[in-house]
Design a protein around this ligand. Structure first.
Ligand SMILES: [Zn+2]
Length: 126
């Protein structure tokens, strides 16, 4: 069964996942809790509960946050004269906040990728 309506591009689906919306319709919410996706989209009825993103989102978040924090440390530290406790507290807090903010977004993107890959009409499914 081929569905001509499933023309959502991967980029659009990933963007919708990034902002916590249903990658299929862009209307419904993708998450029921902080990192718990809804079972089915309340708007279009797409099933999300069965998609398992595993450790992917955590790795992606750590990678991105690591780059941002290391970049920030390298560009700020040479110009400031903070006490050690202050810079440690600051950078660790920044990393924590970015990780907490980033995790659900990374998970949304992974769900969008997995869904897009298995979508009827994509190249892998007969
Ligand atoms: Zn939807």
């Amino acid at each position: 069964m081929s569905m001509p309506g499933t023309s959502t591009s991967l980029g659009l689906a990933a963007w919708r996942g990034l902002i916590g919306r249903c990658p299929r319709c862009g209307e419904g919410k993708l998450f029921a809790g902080y990192l718990k996706q809804v079972e089915t989209c309340a708007v279009c009825g797409e099933d999300w509960g069965h998609i398992r993103a595993d450790d992917g989102p955590a790795w992606l978040t750590i990678l991105v946050v690591g780059h941002i924090v290391v970049g920030a440390v390298l560009s700020v530290e040479p110009y400031v004269d903070w006490p050690q406790w202050l810079s440690t507290t600051l950078w660790v807090s920044l990393a924590l906040v970015l990780t907490l903010l980033g995790l659900p977004r990374a998970k949304g993107v992974f769900i969008a990728f997995i869904w897009h890959h298995k979508m009827p009409g994509s190249e892998r499914n007969p």
